[in-house]
Design a protein around this ligand. Structure first.
Ligand code: NAP
Ligand code: GLV
Length: 306
């Protein structure tokens, strides 16, 4: 079995070693133009030339959860696209989002700034029920995040394409359910995949429907957010702040207004990183299953876009 590795900005050697150890007998190599035909590929943002040449691939294993960049390319029609299915990302995302929600709710920025200024000053405790959190996307990551938030006893709403029944989470679904979901939420967490239906979904109209003093946490993709609309709603005071991990252009360009905005907290697309060992174990397990003719989880539906 031939497996090609074609991952932008990712050192190949540790992946090749890990995959070789997990798949004895497989021939592994880094793709270069003109490489012999392969059965499987492990990819992240591959060039179109790779896909045009490797027309016989049975499956492409994306080393991330989001497949938006891959689905923009012309893919071999028979090749399954397989996303990472948690592989250690869900717990990282739960940590990150709970941290951001709690940091905002408990006013930790203001308390820390006060201490730096030499002030020992309490703030009146805020009520949890005044901070309902809405999680957009209740998939592998969103469902884990919603459950973690519910453990901290925040009221949690969830919005997905199809209805869900998750303990302790109020479920909303479909385009018709979006206005009620937003009106029921004050803190908004975006964990949607980027598709034609969800691009620019965080805009003036949707964000204005959040309860006053709203707070945005975008951990999915930068193209979900209309950046100028966020800035306008922060300026108007309807939104109290935002935590952003993803951006329309990454790295965030020098001079972008987000860099210095006092009410925006930034991280460099770091909320849930691909963990190599967990990912290799998952990919190797799925290649084994496909070779035995078994079904696997995490196969993307290109028509749906996720
Ligand atoms: P997933 O398992 O595919 O779940 C997607 C969820 O979104 C599902 O609940 C789906 O609804 C819902 N959805 C999709 N289209 C919708 C629409 N038009 N309206 C309403 N709901 C819709 O994805 P995941 O693994 O949780 O990951 C989500 C995204 O997180 C990824 O696509 C990626 O962009 C991002 N991500 C970011 C980082 C980071 O470091 N910042 C790391 C990993 C992933 P149904 O359940 O009804 O299908
Ligand atoms: C990271 O953004 C991913 O999609 O895994």
């Amino acid at each position: 079995m031939n497996i090609l590795f074609c991952c932008k900005d990712t050192p190949a050697e540790p992946w090749l070693q890990g995959l070789a150890a997990a798949l004895p007998g497989a021939r592994l190599s880094v793709w270069a133009p003109g490489a012999p035909a392969a059965d499987y590929a492990v990819v992240w943002a591959p060039p179109q030339q790779f896909l045009d040449e490797q027309t016989g691939l049975k499956a492409l294993f994306n080393i991330g959860a989001g497949v938006d960049a891959l689905l923009r390319l012309r893919l071999p029609p028979q090749a399954r696209v397989v996303r990472l299915d948690d592989a250690g990302m869900a717990v990282q995302m739960a940590e990150y989002v709970c941290h951001a929600v709690i940091r905002h709710f408990r006013e930790l920025d203001a308390l820390e700034a006060g201490m730096r200024a030499g002030e020992w000053a309490y703030r009146k405790p805020r009520q949890r029920q005044d901070f309902p959190v809405g999680v957009m996307g209740l998939g592998v990551l969103g469902a884990r995040v919603a459950r973690a938030l519910a453990q901290f006893e925040f009221p949690v709403n969830g919005w997905s394409r199809t209805p869900k029944a998750l303990d302790g989470i109020r479920s909303f679904s479909g385009a018709d359910g979006l206005p009620d979901f937003l009106a029921a939420s004050r803190v908004l967490v975006n964990l949607l995949p980027l598709t034609p239906d969800t691009e620019n979904i965080l805009n003036r109209d949707t964000l204005a429907r959040l309860q006053p003093g709203g707070y945005l946490i975008n951990v999915a993709r930068g193209a979900h957010l209309v950046e100028d609309d966020l800035l306008a709603l922060l300026a108007s005071g309807h939104l109290a702040g935002a935590t952003l991990d993803v951006f329309r252009t990454e790295p965030l360009p020098a001079g972008h207004p987000f860099w210095t905005h006092p009410r925006i907290t930034l991280t460099p697309h770091a909320s849930a990183r691909t963990l190599r060992d967990e990912s290799i174990a998952q990919i190797a397990g799925k290649i084994g299953a496909l070779e035995r003719g078994e079904a696997i989880a995490g196969v993307v539906d290109p028509g749906r876009g996720y």
